[in-house]
Design a protein around this ligand. Structure first.
Ligand code: SAM
Length: 381
């Protein structure tokens, strides 16, 4: 193999060159994940400042070691970084990349991810789970081993399961029913967050989602883990279902794991479909995201422009409803041509409703206006 060198942030990384991005590569590196890693730098730095003490970080699926090495190199107040990967070749390059950046206090391990977490229960302030495909098999160990007030970062690349392209894998991996809709990336993230909450609840732990985003082929969650059975019971009140009408686009949310969900659409009488159990609580924390945006001024990030665009959008979404409407989809149902998106926003606001864009879909509108009202407004435009 030729050796490839890349630079992200302030860090230089080397690994064997491979002609496609694949789990078959001797050492995995995906350039499309740079934005994900840049955002992680800001999230972990914000978390470190919030904790106001040095933090220990676990990069559970190291690959080339790019996350762990960047975390030590680019975040202030990091004590030790523990990089783990089941592959020996990955370990070799992780060691090489630590040296390449002249870093100390990074330890490299070769274990199965769950074994590694269980060997170090309660040790990490941050656990970063960045596996191939689904994080689902590792969340029990994360739930058992994560400490009070720690940060849990989770990537999922099995978006076709979470978004409902295929139903069975979602049921298998997340014990939840998905459905494909114009807002399926949001229901997907909510299914993932709900599954994390339900898994952590077994260990009397609860979640607070600080930031979540769906970008290209993956979803990413930043979650603060709290301890205590009372808090955990409270947290589970955010688990529920979304019912959706494919005929008229009506949807409603019902909180509660064992709640009954409506079968028939109250607006048009057609059958409703359900997604869930999923997380109906907050999936963005405006205060945390604002601090991340501030933090970006102190960091060198190659994708900064895109990072800021995404973070602004997530911040604005923080207080909006759990689904959104797609104007083109509504127009298709009304059999009319689509008006300019800005006009729809203007008119909703003129009538006293809140309406914001969403990073999940460029044609999406998150609004507290009822569907009937939105249709009424669109018809006049
Ligand atoms: N975090 C890396 C990055 O940002 O470039 C990418 C990690 S890659 C998606 C997943 C890594 O997990 C691979 O390097 C693979 O060798 C490793 N892996 C697969 N199964 C594992 C397991 N059960 N335990 C630990 N590591 C595992």
């Amino acid at each position: 193999y030729n050796i490839k060198t890349v630079e992200e942030g302030l860090t230089k990384i080397q690994f064997p060159e491979f002609d496609k991005i694949s789990s078959e590569a001797p050492v995995f590196y995906n350039p499309h994940m740079e934005l994900n890693r840049d955002i992680s730098i800001l999230a972990l730095q914000t978390f470190q400042k919030q904790e106001n003490q040095d933090i220990n970080i676990c990069d559970l699926f190291g690959g080339s070691g790019i996350r762990g090495v960047r975390y030590k190199n680019e975040i202030n107040g990091v004590d030790h970084v523990f990089i783990n990967d089941i592959s020996e070749t990955a370990n070799e390059y992780e060691r090489h990349n630590v040296k390449l950046n002249n870093l100390e206090d990074i330890e490299i391990f070769q274990h199965d991810a769950s074994m590694f977490l269980r060997m170090h229960r309660g040790k990490f302030d941050v656990i970063d789970i960045d596996p191939f495909g689904t994080p689902s098999p590792f969340l029990d160990s994360a739930g058992y081993c994560s400490r009070r007030n720690s940060l849990l970062c989770v990537t999922a690349t099995d978006t076709s399961a979470l978004c409902g392209t295929y139903k069975e894998p979602c049921i298998r991996k997340y014990n939840a029913k998905p459905y494909k809709s114009e807002y399926c990336h949001e229901t997907g993230i909510r299914i993932l967050a709900g599954f994390v909450a339900l898994t952590l609840a077994k260990y009397s732990k609860s979640i607070e989602v600080k930031l979540s985003h769906s970008t290209e082929h993956y979803m990413r969650l930043y979650i603060e883990v709290k301890k205590g059975s009372k808090k955990s019971d409270e947290c589970l009140k955010n688990i529920g279902y979304i019912s959706h009408c494919k005929h008229c686009l009506y949807r409603e949310q019902n909180k509660g794991l064992a709640t009954s969900t409506p079968d028939i659409c109250p607006e048009c009488g057609e059958k409703l479909i359900q997604a869930g159990p999923l997380w109906l609580g907050d999936i963005q924390n405006a205060e945390f995201i604002s601090k991340m945006i501030e933090e970006s001024e102190n960091k060198k990030l190659n994708t900064k422009e895109d990072v800021l665009k995404l973070l602004e959008s997530c911040r604005i979404e923080a207080k909006s409803p759990a689904t959104f409407y797609d104007v083109h989809k509504i127009c298709k149902i009304l059999k009319i041509s689509a008006p300019k998106l800005d006009l729809v926003f203007e008119n909703l606001e003129k009538e006293g409703f809140e309406a914001v864009k969403t990073h999940f879909n460029p044609l999406g509108i998150k609004t507290n206006a009822p569907l009937k009202k939105i249709k009424e407004i669109i018809k006049t435009l």
